[in-house]
Design a binder for this molecule. Structure first.
Ligand code: SF4
Length: 240
């Protein structure tokens, strides 16, 4: 399940270039104006009986149409943290390209981290991996994962896999999408195997090169094709 407390975004790094919520497609799929959604308080909404609409023991992934750590959301985030704290029975999965704003965005009682918060740091190339992941690993976070999405080149994550639970890899989607090479994916998978970290190949992207041949993949088939390749190592874990 997804929770979008606010929407709208703008470019943070190279992986954002073809984002649906930024740039040429923003008007069609999203928008650049950052604003609260009508689902803002969704995790704590209750029904007529006074029970939460969302039952416990769920995973709620947040901010796919924005970034949780945008400075424009600083005031709203205080309330979002309070909802996350209240719903200790839900695992919140927060994916960001703005990990550098993590420390200034924390609630006062964060301590070593909330047990029910899993932070995902996105790195789409080696330069960003080398810039973001040392920061990410230095922060007080109880549960961490890395998302190489969109994967834009081969990345060596080996110096950073210690202390990370999981790695997700995906290609870029869209008419102008950049290529995703299966060798890059397999190489990251191998790094995960060696580090005993779970791995999920979530989608091929629109232009997928395998054995030297590039194929154009329909957006609706990208997840299925990645699954068919059968290279995930999830050990029973469900991340999304
Ligand atoms: S940070 Fe995420 S939502 Fe924002 S522009 Fe980049 S890819 Fe899009």
């Amino acid at each position: 399940m997804n929770w979008e407390p606010w929407t709208g975004c703008y470019k943070a790094s190279d992986g954002c270039t073809n984002c649906y919520f930024y740039g040429p497609y923003a008007k069609r799929y999203g928008q650049n104006t950052i604003q609260k959604t009508d689902k803002f308080d969704w995790p704590i909404r209750k029904n007529a009986k006074g029970e939460y609409n969302i039952k416990g023991n769920k995973i709620l992934a947040t901010c796919f149409a924005t970034d949780f750590f945008l400075p424009e959301a600083d005031e709203w985030r205080k309330e979002a943290w309070s909802m996350i704290r209240e719903r200790a029975d839900i695992d919140f999965l927060i994916l960001t390209k703005r990990i550098d704003r993590f420390l200034v965005s924390l609630p006062e009682d964060w301590g070593e981290g909330y047990d029910n918060v899993n932070i995902g740091c996105t790195v789409e190339n080696q330069e960003l991996a080398d810039a973001r992941l040392p920061l990410f690993l230095s922060y007080p976070i109880k549960r961490r994962f890395i998302a190489c999405a969109p994967l834009l080149e081969a990345i060596d994550l080996t110096p950073y896999l210690h202390g990370v639970e999981h790695v997700t890899v995906g290609g870029e989607t869209g008419r102008e999408a950049r290529l995703c090479d299966y060798d890059w994916v397999l190489n990251i998978r191998e790094q995960c195997v060696k580090a005993d970290v779970t791995f999920w190949f979530k989608n091929t992207g629109s232009f997928f090169r395998r054995n030297g041949v590039t194929e154009k993949i329909n957006p609706y088939k990208q997840t299925g094709m990645a699954k068919e390749l059968d290279i995930d190592i999830l050990n029973g874990k469900r991340l999304f």
